[in-house]
Design a binder for this molecule. Structure first.
Ligand code: OAD
Length: 251
């Protein structure tokens, strides 16, 4: 039987920096939901992209070629995330929101687990599996005939699609603008559970570095961001984030 690993100690100078921080910005990726049972994308054995080809499933071209396959794959992912719960890492981030004069949580995840954990505001850079819109006219669809796959837009008859960002598509401009603004004013930037290889999301930590923010990474494995981090806390976010909150409470 394997024992749960204890959290590594949180460095005391990081705790001090957080105690005096005014503007804290957090970027999360798939790793933060891994302990809830949501597969990441790039983990070699269990990642979605180890099993599926993103070009066949996550691009406008794939949707044009095989709309039913793409719709069904995202419907499977939606069902998967509907069946899981936020973990201790999501809950710790919801706790942190009220501890700083300014706190911005941005995520590349499309699973709504931060909102379910109680985070008051989440900048969803890659959209959300819980929303559907028309691929032709962009109109959001609240209800649709689920027999037809993909269902059709009531307004224009176009094909409905998940309201997520596919490869080759732009991020929602208003969300990216707010995320860039927050990053450019950050005192502390935490990069959690992301491989930091997908742009423009990965560029936001670079924005924060340029303005002199303290960069903290939480990830069991190294990423291209690790050499740039002031603190790289190696371990699962579901263990390290609650330990961080507890250490702040005790300080
Ligand atoms: P990745 O799958 O690329 O990276 C997940 C990261 O989480 C890896 O660096 C893992 O080491 C780390 N990780 C795994 N378990 C963890 C845990 N328990 N705690 C903390 N970290 C853990 O996922 P993302 O970086 O989110 O885009 O991928 C970015 C984007 O690429 C996704 O939003 C998606 C994908 O293609 C779109 O679909 C547009």
């Amino acid at each position: 039987m394997t024992r749960p690993r204890p959290a590594p100690p949180i460095p005391s100078d990081l705790v001090e920096a957080l105690q005096s921080a005014e503007r804290v910005v957090v970027m999360t990726g798939a790793g933060v939901s891994a302990e809830s049972g949501v597969p990441t994308f790039r983990d070699a054995l269990t990642g979605l992209w180890a099993k599926y080809d993103p070009r066949e499933l996550g691009t406008p071209e794939a949707f044009a070629r095989q709309p039913q396959l793409v719709w069904d794959w995202f419907a499977w992912r939606r069902e998967l995330v509907e069946g899981v719960k936020p973990n201790a890492g999501h809950r710790a981030l919801a706790e942190l929101a009220s501890r700083f004069p300014s706190f911005t949580l941005m995520t590349q995840n499309v699973d709504s687990l931060h909102q379910q954990a109680g985070s008051p505001e989440v900048l969803e850079l890659h959209g959300s599996l819980s929303r559907v819109r028309c691929h032709a006219c962009n109109r959001p669809a609240e209800t649709f005939d689920s027999e037809e796959r993909p269902p059709r837009c009531e307004a224009c008859g176009g094909l409905l699609r998940p309201d997520v960002v596919w490869f080759g598509e732009g991020l929602p401009a208003d969300v990216l603008e707010r995320a860039t603004q927050a990053s450019s004013e950050a005192d502390v930037f935490l990069s959690i559970g992301t491989s930091s290889v997908v742009y423009p999301a990965a560029a936001l930590s670079e924005v924060a570095i340029r303005v002199g923010a303290l960069l903290v990474e939480i990830n069991p494995d190294p990423t291209p961001m690790t050499p740039l981090a002031d603190y790289a806390l190696a371990g699962p976010s579901g263990i390290i984030l609650p330990a961080l909150v507890a250490t702040l409470d005790a300080a």
